[in-house]
Design a protein around this ligand. Structure first.
Ligand code: ATP
Length: 339
């Protein structure tokens, strides 16, 4: 089911939480809404679900205007961060619940068969008789997903479903969710403030800021071509250096890089830790190493420039470096944005 948001707006009292968001989600696509806290992700998701009314604009499900269709008739399944399972019901009863209260009447045997099928899908075979308190947090979220899927939703809405889980479990569940999505092909909107989660999971990432979309694209597009300093910063660690543009070249300390489409004047140069390197001879930005942090896959170096800017960059694990060394930070690549 294709979903189209057309200039949707939401105001709480006098506060405009969503400011004219237009977005198309193709049938079978997995889209992540990504943005800092308060950027409007949950409000947008709740409007798609029908849990919140849009003050302006329209939401289409396929060719149908869904703006006024009530929640239970929208055919959406949800999983929320704290979408508590019913504690007094077993896992199987929790999964069956939606089918029992649905307008679509099902035979008891059909419900039981579907529960077994869903338990297999979310890889919890054999745990149907446990109560929620007797399974782990990650398993509970899998039950929540099975419950959401039980009524064959046309659209799946996930709001930080792994937010409360620890990093390793999150990592495993991401891969698992991606596999399930591939298998079922349900149009899915996933809300997260975790960049890595959005980039790992989604076909397309929609980046929000203060209730508006600032950029959208495949993970590759947004990572390789951030269109603003906000997106560059938000997507991950970024070093920021003051720069000066002269005739299509950005100068920062003793380093320079092409910046063809930017007018002469002040600018900021953004570089990820992997975009910088270290050399004992210039040209480059003269700097002193403050600390070397050893990690399983390499070394992260913290350095300060002569003007006091702090920089972080990555080098191979075998590179000999220590705090107090002096040298030059060089640029492999960088993005330049006018100030
Ligand atoms: P988070 O990552 O923290 O969940 P979010 O991007 O999902 O944030 P929303 O929950 O959509 O953001 O909130 C957007 C803005 O709307 C916030 O400033 C929030 O305080 C405000 N807001 C949300 N719901 C309400 C409400 N019921 N009443 C008043 N203001 C609200």
């Amino acid at each position: 089911m294709k979903i189209r948001l057309d200039q949707i707006v939401k105001t709480f009292d006098t506060f405009r939480a969503v400011r004219g968001v237009s977005l198309e989600i193709e049938s079978g696509e997995l889209v992540a809404l990504l943005g800092p806290s308060g950027s409007g992700k949950t409000t947008i998701l709740r409007m798609v679900a029908g849990l919140e009314y849009a003050d302006g604009g329209h939401i289409h499900f396929g060719y149908q205007d869904a703006t006024d269709i009530p929640v239970r008739d929208r055919g959406v399944g949800f999983v929320f961060q704290h979408y508590a399972l019913f504690p007094h019901m077993t896992v199987a009863e929790n999964i069956a619940f939606g089918m029992k209260v649905s307008r679509v009447k099902r035979e008891k045997a059909a419900i039981a068969a579907r529960v077994i099928e869903l338990l297999r899908l979310v890889r919890l075979e054999g745990l149907g008789d446990r109560f929620p308190a007797q399974i782990s947090g990650g398993q509970r979220q899998r039950v929540a997903l099975a419950r959401a899927l039980s009524v064959d939703p046309k659209v799946l809405l996930l709001d930080e479903p792994f937010g409360a889980l620890d990093a390793n479990v999150r990592h495993d569940l991401r891969r698992w969710l991606r596999e399930i999505h591939q298998e079922l092909g349900i149009t899915t909107i996933f809300v997260t403030h975790d960049q890595e989660e959005a980039l790992d999971l989604a076909d397309r990432v929609v980046i929000l800021r203060e209730g508006a979309i600032v950029q959208q694209g495949t993970p590759e597009e947004v990572c390789r071509n951030p269109r603003s300093a906000f997106v560059m910063r938000f997507l991950g660690d970024a070093n920021v250096l003051p720069a000066e543009i002269r005739s299509g070249v950005a100068y920062a300390g003793g380093a320079s890089i092409e910046a063809l489409d930017i007018a002469d004047g002040k600018a900021e140069l953004y570089a990820r830790p992997a975009d910088l390197d270290w050399s004992l001879q210039g040209p480059g930005i003269d700097a002193r190493i403050d600390r070397v942090l050893d990690r399983p896959d390499g070394r992260r170096v913290l350095a300060s420039t002569g003007t006091g800017t702090q920089l972080e960059f990555d080098v191979e694990p075998e590179r000999v470096m220590k705090s107090g060394d002096r040298g030059f930070v060089t640029l492999r690549r960088a993005k330049v944005f006018p100030v």
